[in-house]
Write a protein that binds this ligand. Sequence first.
Ligand SMILES: Cc1ncc(C[n+]2csc(CCOP(=O)(O)OP(=O)(O)O)c2C)c(N)n1
Length: 369
Amino acid sequence: MSNRVEEVPVTGHNSDGSGGKDDFFPTNPEPSVPKDFSAEELWSFYEQMVFIREFDRRLLRLQRAGRIGTYAPVEGQEACQVGSALAMRQGDFLVPTYRDSGTMMLRGIPITTVLMYWNGRLEGLQIPAGVWVFPLTISIASQLPHAVGIAWAAKLQHKDQVTLVMFGDGATSEGDFHEALNFAGLFQLPVVFFCQNNQYAISVPASRQTATETFAEKAVAYGFAGKRVDGSDVLAVYRAVDDAIAKAARGEGPTLIEALTYRYGAHTTSDDPTKYRTEGELETWRQRDPIDSFAKRLRQWGLWDDAREHRWRVQVEEKLIQAVASMEGAPPARPADLFEHLYAQIPPRLLAQQAALEKEVAQARGVAE
Ligand SMILES: Cc1ncc(C[n+]2csc(CCOP(=O)(O)OP(=O)(O)O)c2C)c(N)n1
């Protein structure tokens, strides 16, 4: 591996269990309270991870009950999303993927908006004013050139703004990934590339995605540094992103961060991961669960507070119930939403389809009433 890749800690990425998984995480990474965070900050890492997990589990239940559409679960990746979102400064730009529900909410997208998105609603892609988050992308890696464009604009305008772009291990096989990294390296742009290597691109394991030992080392070919972190350790993620943002803000160019993580659930609610993964592999990762391991550390540091944890869970539950009620109480979707905003003048054949759909929906709603 290139010595340009800083590795914290040592690991192999083979999702089939080979490659030194046992060396993967330090058993006791920080025996005493870290000096770079206050007790409040440490608690907020924990609380936000719990929030995301509860949000995620609720969305899965809603999907199974037919109350939202297809959903891409986050469980297992909470430390990546919380660590990176909390390390971003006010005004920094997030460019997310479909798996970043947690990151997006922590950067200011309302819970109801995220719910609306997964319910197929146009309102789910409307970003409130003053929130520096791009609408999420489904087209793999297409968001990387967008992020680089945003970072280039910031540089040309001498703005103190860093762009953080999220993607998965699978995205590294797309041309857009390579074009974006090349351009960002060449122009020394203020951008952080954050790869959530959750070990699979749907059913394709990371070991079948690349011939290189890591994803992080790909940065070297584009003239900047790559860094690998334990994506189950929220503090490791925070520190890596914080460093990369500070470096970008100093005008020292991009960083590629590869965070080693695992999605516990299915790729989306229409996938069955038992077809391509083993129970044993899942169990290995669950033993390093980002939330349980952080709770253990809070206890060890003498910061644990049962009452606080209980209060937080109650608050999260209330917030989620309210958000679901506001999604379900929203005025019904307009069939026209499917047709507008694509053409300046909608072609006649689409207008005919729109009229037919409006009629059908009106009839179905009439029957339901
Ligand atoms: C350009 C493009 N090709 C193929 C797909 C189909 N597709 C959807 S998700 C996915 C796998 C992506 O895996 P990864 O980048 O590792 O992200 P993850 O889903 O694991 O978060 C693919 C191939 C797509 N959405 N876009």
